[in-house]
Design a protein. Structure first.
Ligand code: HEM
Length: 471
């Protein structure tokens, strides 16, 4: 069934943000070679946006791209346990997060989730809003100073720092500027920039289950991050009885209900590393794109400010009010449709099998690509245009199951989805209502698939504080 989702954008307000022009398979390959690119998005041929399922070019492991919502649901729900997380992604991340819940599968994953699930209550939005709000206000204060000095800032770094601060407060009840937390963040930046998760050479020439060594700078950054997290953990262990009630505390206290055992120190570092990485890098990617789009799309920026004015006015942006900022939330959703932070959700086939009627072989990479699914010609009207109103209609939202998957789907769906949506709504609303964002070179912005979907080069901006004062 083809379900074209949602309304056509009004031509007066239609905005088409940057994406590689889809070309034939050969032309895409030549483009990548000619530019010396390492960007998988540029390699995606035009068919990637129209097929339901098919082989993606030539590769040693065999890559099968799946764009059909029903097939996507079957694979991600995986009732027969034959499509675990892809080995290439697992080996790219394991230096940092070991065998944590993000990369484990089967019984190991089940045990981890049994133990960790109580910690997720700390991500409940009513519990976490106050500290998200405080962190955002601290950053608004700093950004006002940068605006006054006309400083040129990296939009990517501003967003990474703010989201890392928010997740750091949720995990350790400490701000990013305190102690070793700052070093963790700086090493995460090195990891993000050079992690070999989407290395085209490995993707095309590597054999299934062949492990990939990380570049030495990344391996060293992983070691440092793990050691810093270990220091924070040991410090917390010493005051377990009196420490704050946060994610670190909940993981230290976690016990397997079947065996009564807790996590070892290494396991705790794995899991905390995942919370830190998955909990800030993705949201930072989504916000970077959302603010870039808003800087180029005055109509959307104006509607957001009008919504803020009518819902929040001069008062404080409370949780109740944040929940009512529906246009702002839809700006976030639509930004993640066009630039899904997790560009690809790869799996591996553990045995020869079929997907629909399509035969796949053991070791094939099963590539579920939010990037192509979210821009698929059969699923979305004007797929490359930015139109937050396509999320207004409840019926369309229901159709979108399996077609709109920024947070994944099935048992491995993101545990931080509600947290991230609230956090992003708060940040978008507060910052857009305080500053005007000017991008210095908007035409040079191009997306690239790295650890998350990021601009190829950092986006340089200046901020101007808006005359109208609110909270
Ligand atoms: C916009 C923000 C976010 C996006 C787009 C996002 C996306 C995703 C996706 C696509 C997955 C599934 C990956 C797969 O199936 O292979 C996932 C899993 C996960 N996410 Fe998120 N995420 C976001 C924010 C967060 C936050 C804020 C946290 C925690 C503080 C978090 C923690 C996790 C964890 C722990 C998993 C693994 C769950 C499991 O496998 O048991 N994420 N995320």
């Amino acid at each position: 069934m083809n379900t074209v989702l949602a309304v056509c954008p009004n031509p007066e307000v239609a905005y088409r943000p940057p994406a590689p022009e889809p070309l034939s398979a050969i032309a895409s390959l030549l483009r990548v070679i000619a530019r010396g690119e390492r960007n998988l998005l540029s390699l995606l041929p035009a068919e990637a946006y129209t097929v339901k399922i098919g082989r993606l070019g030539w590769s040693r492991r065999g890559i099968v791209l799946v764009n059909d919502p029903a097939m996507v649901m079957d694979i991600l729900k995986d009732p027969q346990h034959i499509f675990p997380k892809n080995d290439l992604m697992v080996s790219a991340l394991e230096g940092l997060v070991g065998r944590s819940m993000f990369v484990s599968h089967g019984e190991v994953w089940k045990r981890q989730r049994r133990m960790i699930d109580p910690a997720f209550s700390h991500m409940r939005i009513d519990r976490s809003y106050a500290s998200m709000f405080e962190a955002t206000e601290d950053h608004v204060r700093d950004l006002k100073q940068s605006a006054a000095k006309r400083e040129v800032l990296s939009l990517d770094k501003v967003m990474s720092r703010l989201t890392a601060d928010i997740v750091c407060r949720a995990i350790f009840s400490t701000s990013l500027d305190q102690g070793v937390a700052r070093s963790v963040f700086e090493d995460f930046l090195i990891f993000e920039r050079s992690c070999a998760s989407v290395d085209l050479g490995r993707l095309i020439l590597g054999k299934p289950w062949e492990s990939i060594p990380q570049p030495p700078a990344v391996a060293a950054a992983c070691e440092r991050i793990r050691s810093h997290i270990g220091v924070m953990l040991d410090e917390r262990k010493e005051r377990l009885e009196t420490g704050p009630d946060d994610i670190a505390q909940a993981l230290l206290m976690a016990r397997d209900p079947e065996t009564g055992e807790g996590f070892s120190r290494e396991e705790l570092i794995d899991q905390l590393g995942v919370f830190f990485l998955a909990g800030h890098e993705t949201t930072a990617s989504a916000l970077t794109w959302a603010f870039y789009i808003l800087s180029q799309h005055p109509h959307a920026a104006k509607r957001m400010r009008q919504e803020y004015e009518s819902v929040v006015g001069e008062g404080e942006l409370t949780l109740e009010k944040a929940k009512r900022l529906s246009y702002t939330r839809n700006v976030f959703r639509e930004s993640m449709r066009l630039y899904p932070p997790i560009t690809f959700i790869p799996r591996v086939a553990l045995k020869d099998t079929t997907i629909g009627h399509y035969a796949v072989k053991r070791g094939n990479m099963i590539m579920i690509a939010p990037w192509s699914l979210h821009r698929h010609a059969d699923l979305w009207s004007n797929p490359n245009h930015f139109d937050p109103d396509r999320f207004v209609n409840e019926e369309d939202k229901a159709h979108a199951v399996g077609a709109y998957i920024p947070f994944g789907l099935g048992p491995r769906v993101c545990v931080g989805a509600a947290f991230a949506t609230l956090e992003a709504t708060l940040i978008l609303a507060r910052l857009m209502n305080t500053f005007d964002f000017r991008v210095l070179d908007p035409d040079s912005v191009r997306p690239a698939a790295r650890l998350t979907t990021r601009p190829e080069k950092e986006i340089e901006i200046t901020l101007t504080e808006l005359a109208r004062k609110t909270a």
